[in-house]
Design a protein around this ligand. Sequence first.
Ligand code: PHE
Length: 557
Amino acid sequence: MAGAAGSPEKTWSSRTAFILAAVGSAVGLGNIWKFPYEVGAGGGGAFVLIYLVFVFAIGLPVMIAELLVGRRGHAAPPIAAETVAAGSQRHKSWAWLGWIGVIGAFFVLSFYSVIAGFSLSYMVETLTGRLGDLTPEASVKHFTDDIGGSFAIVFGWHTLFMVLTVFIVARGIKGGLEQAVTYLMPALFVLLVGMVIYSLSVGEAGQALRFLFQPRLADLTTDNILQALGQAFFSLSLALGAIMTYGAYVPRDYSLPRSAFIIAAADTGVAILAGLAIFPLVFQYGLEANAGPGLVFITLPLAFAEMPGGVIVGGAFFLLLSIAALTSAISLLEPTVSWLEEKRGIARAKAAVWGGLAIYLVGIGSVMSFNVWSDVTFWRGTVLDNIDFITNNVMMPLGGLGIAVFVAWFMNPEAVRSEVTGISDRLYKAWLNLLGFVCPVALAAIFFSVSGADRLVLRIVDLAGYGVSDDPGERLLHATIVFIVMIMPSLLAARRRHPQLALLAFVNVVAGWQPVGWLFCLVWAHRPDLLIATRRAMGARADAPQSPGDEHSGSAG
Ligand code: PHE
């Protein structure tokens, strides 16, 4: 296998290099473009507060788990997940955890590059003074018609951005990724801090600080909460292959929890700093804080147009945004490339070009979503909206759920313990509990309600007479209960290697017999022998349930 993860070329050369690359992956459009507008639309401080809780209580534990699978599997995500599963005598179909990552990253990059292209284009336009005299109407028109409306322009910048990304990834871990982040990350940091200082000193600092940090809990809605969890996951680069791939290159002696903590803290710090760079200016020039996705591309240019020296400040801001996007994009291309390299034996440079080309071509669908195909809408909207929906609302929560459940429940406990070093036993237990209980429930809840799968499940449950509510909060609660009562028993049986029982428990979900789920849990807790006898009666092999040879993990996952 050419260039397998085992070769010395495929490990980070230092802990700093690894942290810089991972922070580079995490810090991206999510922090500087998305986070501020979600804070704006989500009611300010309340959103920030709940976001912080999600990052550290749910995102951080999953990040440790994802790094762990990557490092232990020491290969591209699907291979890594399969290897780790085999090491714990689990079924090789756990490879799907890795596949979600590779495929998810592939599709996310296809539209990520288009938005990053907007940033490049705004950078050039601001620096050349073309946005010098902008009115609110002109700014909207500029974004939707002049830039977005032109296929050639969006396509051109998408092309340039993908070429840059492929160029870096083609040069390998040490020559490409590490080199790039060594220059780009400090530049990003300097630009960001400069922006914040400037913005706080000339803008409406007080109003911005109140907006960001004063939690008005009344503003918190179910939608906000779901959005905050989704944003925390996206911003930390979780469940989309990037962190698992970067984890594969981590030497055994680095502490995963410590690294993950630094990455999560840096990512959150940058998101908040981005808010501090943007909102003082937004308030200073009397603009709308809750402008939605147009905040950075439509609202902010107005501030740059009015302020003295806006050409420089605006240019610096879009340069910052472009750099952040680039270091994330390389981590989105890396899963595909490492898989092509390791599984297909394709040389790195070639793999980067072919992988990048495929993503680039798919990205044309997102390019056209702004212009030629802006009227072509189906299901969730334009092509871009659909890809965004599937990756963010279906693949990401499912992948995160899978990683949490796999590491906490299905891996060998000793193997897990040997990977999670550098923290006390108490912290370790806390991590395991968060990962095994809190994360799955939260991620299942977000998956059910954000993907709309809850309606499906609840409608089936409805056959048993429970009713489907239209209130999002009630639905969220109901879907969570459905998960705990109906899917957990199935997972529990699968974990104990009882495929038939897992199937039986799973039938609960389909048939909507919640009481059966409860009964199952009760019996399982008090008389597991009864269930084992049932399993025998159902025709399973009569060998000892925990024997290592019995590696079927059942239907759950
Ligand atoms: N975390 C990146 C951002 O905030 C996006 C990303 C998601 C990158 C998933 C890699 C994997 O923009």
